[in-house]
Design a protein around this ligand. Sequence first.
Ligand code: WT7
Length: 566
Amino acid sequence: MSNIGSYEQRLKDFDWSISEKELGYKKGDNINIGWYCTDRICQMGNGDKLALIHQDHLGNVRNFTYNDIRQLSNTFAAFFVKLGLKPGERICIFMDRVPELYISFMGILKTGAIAQPLFSAFGDESLFTRLDNAKTSAILTQKKHLPKVRKILATLPELRHIIVIDAGDASLKEREISFDMEKEPRVDKFDVYPSTAETPSVLHYTSGTTGQPKGAQHVHYSLIGQYLTAKWVLDLQPDDIYWCNADPGWVTGTSYGIIGPWANGITQAVLDAGFNAEHWYAFIQKHKITVWYSAPTAIRLLMKEGIDLVRKFDLSSLRHLCSVGEPLNAEAVLWSKEAFGLMFHDTFWQTETGAIMITNFPGMPIKPGSMGKPFPGITATVVDPRNFEPVNNPGTVGLIAFRPGWPSMMRSYWNNPEVYKNKFKNGWYLSGDRASIDADGYFWFVGRDDDVINTGGHLVGPFEIESALLEHPAVAESAAIGKPDPVNMEVVKAFVALKPGYQPSDDLELEIMNFIRKKLSPLAMPQEIEFVKSLPKTRSGKIMRRLLRAQEWGEPIGDISTLEND
Ligand code: WT7
């Protein structure tokens, strides 16, 4: 039996106080995520339970119990206080997925400071933009990333401390200080900062369509949403071994790669290594992963490797699979059913929403290709882009909109109240995405608000085209964008990466065009197919159509600091 039970029943009875009660929180109480995810679990008698199973890229495994992460996060916290870091100051985490990343995150929150996680793969320019915008006071990093920090230090006067977690004998320079978590005397008792609901907690940078990245600012009360969504959507249960393969530089890696599982007292496994299908399956087999939170691009990469590889491993421990970040095409859902005997459950949300908003719940009939239904307590709809009124017509495409006020919603964009204000229209928060809702209340993603292709007055969803392209045997990855056209305003152009064993040719181009024409419509048929080796993706695996589109339209490319294969 899943945690959520009957969706209909949960909808009827729902109130966020369900989550508050389970966490023992009452309005006006102190609420500190760092305390909830460590001390509280220990107080409930689970101090000896494994909190973190960590495997590095060489295959070395280290285990940490809840008591370990409680004491080690205290140790970090005490150190931050000693350095003079104050509540509200921003402390950046700029590390690979080492245990210190997860543990220092808790330590920062325990002091009342704001955690600012950034991908360690960022170059110095991307790093600078975000540290400069947040006026960050301290950065935690590894020796290997130090050169990038040193390069920009002169232009960051507010950055007082560069904390190196693995300095060893390396000689440190101005503002740099060594802190080795394992060598420090452990701090058993730390006075956790008495944060309340609206105290800032996490600052997550996200790239918009235009301009510089914006910092979505979250608060400690977000826990109420993250705890319950992790429990009901990821279906976390006491004996689970949970794996979220997202990097905490991305909100999935914090909301559901740290806070959600630990607030639930669950054992989570972390693999600090890039994508490799064989290693991933071996990881699942070795640690007997039961719940896995992944993303469509990763799933499609696994698909590319084929089912024979899956069969070489014992993956029978898997019980529940979820996905987030981009449209999960029906083909990937059906493939996972064949490969693992389980369907990936799509979840939709954003950096700004802080927690899952629309999803396929465990136990609910999945319509492959649909994102599912709103989480109880979330009022979601699609609105007409002209007047921002809900579109009450099944199948009609509109803008995804949420009624503001859910617990984990961002409270502002850092230093950018104007852009924040612009996210709200007619009493709705606009996600910037398009979707339709069918007669059964299921949401169907169409595309980003700015990605939908308008050809001859007909709206065509790139997701639809890409899904269809993926069904062609030669296609490994694809992206569809609108290309300027003097008659139709836009026509569809597709970028396609082929599977091994296929070569680009005019014949293949024609064949794929016809395949789409037949599968969808003449309007949706690409007028041009460009064969590429790979597609530009963000570090979180999202295909950057925006980049392809800008190239096509001869426009400036904008911020590409999250680009993966640059
Ligand atoms: C955007 C948010 C919260 C972690 C995800 C990344 C797209 C997200 C889905 C999905 C189709 C999705 C949307 C959204 N997106 N999930 N299940 N189906 N699109 O957070 O980097 O802030 O990106 O990702 O366009 O607005 P993010």
